[in-house]
Structures are given as C-alpha cells and as structure tokens.
Design a binder for this molecule. Structure first.
Ligand code: BGN
Length: 279
C-alpha cells in the first residue's frame, strides 16, 4: 500500500478496499436499469448516498478520495441521466467520492475552465480530496473497468467516444473527462480563467501539464469508451486561437492562484453538491 493508503487505515480498524475491485469488466448499456426503472427521487435513499451526493464504501476504507467536478448550465435532462447513471457506477468501483455540480449563474458565454477551477477550490474546503475528476455532464462511461481514480500521470479518460467513432481526433486532446492528482493540479495552476465560449481551454490545460514535465496517459480504447448524450452543437469561440497561442505567458499568472468568483447559492442536494456562481 502507498503511504497515503497507510495513513488512511490508521484512522480506523476497517481494512483497505482493494485498489481495483474484482470483476469490473462488465460493459454497461445506456440507458441502463437505474435510469429506466427507478425514480430519481428515491435513488439517494436506495443507494445510501449522503446529502450533497457523497458516498464511501461502508465495509472498507477506499484508497481513492475523488471529487467529481461537473461544469453546468441549463442541461436539466442530461443532469438527471448523469446522476442516476453515475452514482451506481461509482459505487461499484468502491470509491470515496462526491459529485459537485458547478453552475454558471452569469449570463453570456459559458466558461467551463473557470467553473472547474471553482469546483476544485470549493471541493477542498469540504474534504482534502487527493484526486480530481473534471467531467462534462453529457459523457456516460460504458466500462466499469474505467476506474474513476487518479493514475500517476494525468489521465485523459474519455478518449474513445461514440461521436468521434471511438477514435482519438488528435493526440493532445485532453477534453471531456480527465483525472488529475490534487498536487499536480496545484502545480500547473489549474485551468486558465479567460476562456469564454466553446473550445481551447482543454488544450491550454494540456499545455500546462506538458510544460510542467508531466505526460498524459490513457486507458485502452476498449476501456475508455463513452457515449455522449445528444445536444445541439455549441458555437466555437472566436478568441480561442488567440487565447491558446498566448497561453504560455499566463501559466503562472492566470489560474487557481488568481481565481475570483462569488457564490450565489450552495445547496447539499440528495444527489450532488450544487454551487451556483457568478464569475
Ligand atoms: C478542438 C478544441 C477543443 C475540443 C476538441 C474536441 C480548439 C482550440 C483551437 C484549435 N480546441 O478543436 O477544445 O475539446 O476540439 O471537440 O478549438
């Protein structure tokens, strides 16, 4: 066990959960039974989810303490599907996790990257998560063996996507769903805060990681399989090329170390911690 894992067992006499539970090979259908058959209002009770959308295995100490951070605005149907699918999924992987929905209150262009930075900062106020997963609400993982946990190197999780015919469009792609250790996120100064509108913020994040001497990893396409929920196409932002090209100059001066925002409302809902923010 890692030093981190050993520190965890000291707190109690429960055994450590295994790093990867056995028999996770199953592939899942979307929509699956938890979406079809159960009313989402009863899901939290049925799955023993703590207020705020948190859970940990009752019988052992999970070695993965994971904050799932989801940027959000105006996608009610997708959010319902995401929550009812993901809770059972994450529980089968025996994780200690919480789902954070970070909603942009501010009108105008969506700022995915800044919402993710805010989710990071707010999550750490609740629990010292050592692993962060930044995840779009429209992505549904198809394989239980795609562990929602951190690898030694930052991992691009959604590399095999139905809408790209399960091919990686380019090798630097680091969008959709990614997993990164808290220490690594801190080291790269998180995401840039200036990317308003669609596109480029994930590429900038990828450059930050490479710039700090890390490399990306991915699971095999067979494991990293995702279905994207249907929605209308976003209009790409015009500033994305410029922001991306000048990105390197801002790695140190634009990120979690300069993050400013106002919380409008925060609620511990049964299935998620909801944070409504003014950027
Ligand atoms: C890229 C976008 C990414 C997006 C992927 C996949 C840009 C920057 C200018 C080249 N990058 O083109 O943000 O995740 O497509 O859709 O637009």
């Amino acid at each position: 066990p890692t030093p981190h894992a050993l520190a965890l067992v000291k707190e109690t006499d429960k055994p450590l959960c295994s790093l990867i539970p056995n028999e996770l090979e199953t592939s899942l259908q979307y929509p699956n039974e938890s979406i079809r058959e159960y009313d989402i209002r009863y899901l939290a009770d049925r799955l023993n989810i703590e207020k705020g959308g948190a859970w940990k295995p009752p019988e052992c100490i999970s070695q993965h303490e994971v904050a799932i951070v989801v940027p959000y605005r105006n996608r009610t149907m997708q959010l319902q599907i995401f929550l009812s699918y993901m809770h059972p999924f994450l529980q089968k992987q025996m994780l200690n996790y919480r789902i954070f929905i970070i909603e942009q209150w501010t009108k105008g262009a969506f700022n995915r990257a800044k919402l993710l930075n805010i989710g990071y900062a707010e999550a750490l106020k609740i629990f010292p998560y050592h692993c962060f997963i930044f995840h779009d609400v429209d992505l549904i993982p198809q394989k239980l063996s795609n562990m929602y946990a951190c690898t030694h190197q930052p991992r691009h999780m959604s590399s095999s996507l139905n809408t790209f015919r399960y091919n990686l469009p380019y090798k630097e792609l680091f969008g959709g769903a990614v997993a990164i250790l808290q220490k690594q996120f801190e080291l790269v100064n998180g995401f840039s805060n200036i990317f308003y509108g669609w596109g480029g913020e994930d590429d900038d994040f990828q450059s930050r990681i490479i710039n700090r001497g890390m490399s990306l990893c991915r699971f095999s396409p067979e494991v990293a399989r995702y279905t994207m929920l249907a929605h209308s196409k976003e209009l790409p932002s015009e500033n994305r090329f410029l922001n991306l090209r000048s990105g390197r100059d801002r790695f140190e001066t634009d990120g979690v170390n300069t993050l400013k925002y106002t919380i409008i409302k925060m609620v511990y809902y049964p299935l998620y911690t909801w944070i409504l923010v003014d950027l």
